[in-house]
Design a protein around this ligand. Sequence first.
Ligand code: SF4
Length: 553
Amino acid sequence: MEIGGRKVRRNKRIEVESSYPCTLQFYSTPPSGNVSLLEFDEMATERLKILRAVERLNLSGQVKNSEDWLNKLYDDFAKNKYFVYSAEKISSSKRDEVEAARRRDHVSHFILRLAYCRTEDLRRWFIIHETDLFRARFLHSFKNGSDVKSFMLANNLHFTPLPQEEMQSERENLLSGTYNISSGDLMEGRTFYKVPFTEALELVRQRKVLVRGGFAYVPDTDLVTLVSTAFRANLSQALASTNRALPQLEDDERLVRLLQDFDKRYTGTDYSQRKGTDGPRITPDIIDQLAVKSFPLCMRQLNDTLRTSHHLKHGGRLTYGLFLKAAGLSLEDALHFWRSHFLKNMDVDKFEKQYAYGIRFNYGKEGKRTDWSPYSCIKIIMGNIGPGDAHGCPFKHSDQAMLRQRLINFKVSQQAIGEIIELVGKGHYQIACQKYWEATHNAPLETGINHPNQYFEESHKFHNGSSSSTQTTQGKKPSQVKTNVSVMYSSQPSSQLSSQSSVSSSSQATPTTTTTTDHNNTNTNVTSDVDSAMFDDDMDSAMLEQYMETAEC
Ligand code: SF4
């Protein structure tokens, strides 16, 4: 696959050398043809969103492979018009659309292989969610009588059906040893496959199938497990070989830039576009009240520090200032808000000279006039916190005893505190935050938490009666959240986190553009040098500008 030039060619169709006869793919052959950088980025982001949707649903406590799980997943795919949905529509009039969707599927899978083959944790995450996606698509195709058989034939997935004579001789054993088949009626018209038990380990472990003489007898309803096991093994091998080939692939600097830290890419709502015109608008006089009622713990902590010490260090001002901007605070109100606190510790001249510039900068009125985006959870969680800093994610950066005490002060129930602390102990910070939202709103939150502004918007909608939670489930017990890897934060060994955080952690504002991320060494070094001065809070306007402009990420 060639990566095309930098020019945007939005409407140009990708060259197709071969057609895609089946909805499902085993991704055995890499795609060929030209892909522009823009398409490359769009396809990769779309697949990342799909895999995160699968992860989010799994974490919500839905039983994997159940009818509900499948329906919810496909509702999401249809709502967001993801290729998974359009790749299945079989109609001669939409042949081109189907072909393009299948091509997107093919290319995006290979792009993400490049991004996710780098470490053991990334590979594990990718294999789990790709296999779940494949499983869902197989079940959906099977249910709709689509091209499952031709897919299996095309990919040499031959499972031999049990001969009729053996089926009769093993009838009693099959009835007693097969899950969900307990009567002769349920055996009628059913096909069983006899496979080495190592190919059906999942079913054997769950005691769902009969095992005799080293073979497992798998009913056709569990065919999906056999095929997904083969898919998983195939993908695992492919990722290992992609990883070995990585040094040659990374000769292309454009690829490196596009794929670096891809797993940490924020794929939620772009809050920088809202600028307070959509959704809630806030004014300085209601901020304290909102902080108690609707702000996530990270922002409530910043507001509390500001109220008590009338000052925040640079990282805190940036994090909180951008959050308030996206929450709907106008520039005039922001200047008024910060001034009203800071003037308790300094005179107007000092405020205007050292701090007003930074506030206007956040709103794109100074320096490069960039419309800076507020920080997502992953950026806050991955950030480095120094002594005296009030920013950061309290679920990640606070001492557990302090966090517990704070939750007690906020009158969170003992049971919820126990669950939150347990989640924090396992490194599931965003799920702990979701639990906190549920405990303080006494309602379930199905969307999960991936951005402080999303937390605020969900709360605002809840209190104003427009949330789906308030319409359908208010008053019910919050759903039990399964503990697993959180939606956006990839739980990686701390050694890796600290090395990665040197790139993404410093108190940098993020420009609105969501395409490529330039983390070259020069920028990182400049940023960290200026960082130490920044945290001393002795920085004048000129230094701030230099800092912000060199700190784009
Ligand atoms: S999970 Fe996100 S919203 Fe919640 S406290 Fe941490 S950074 Fe804030």
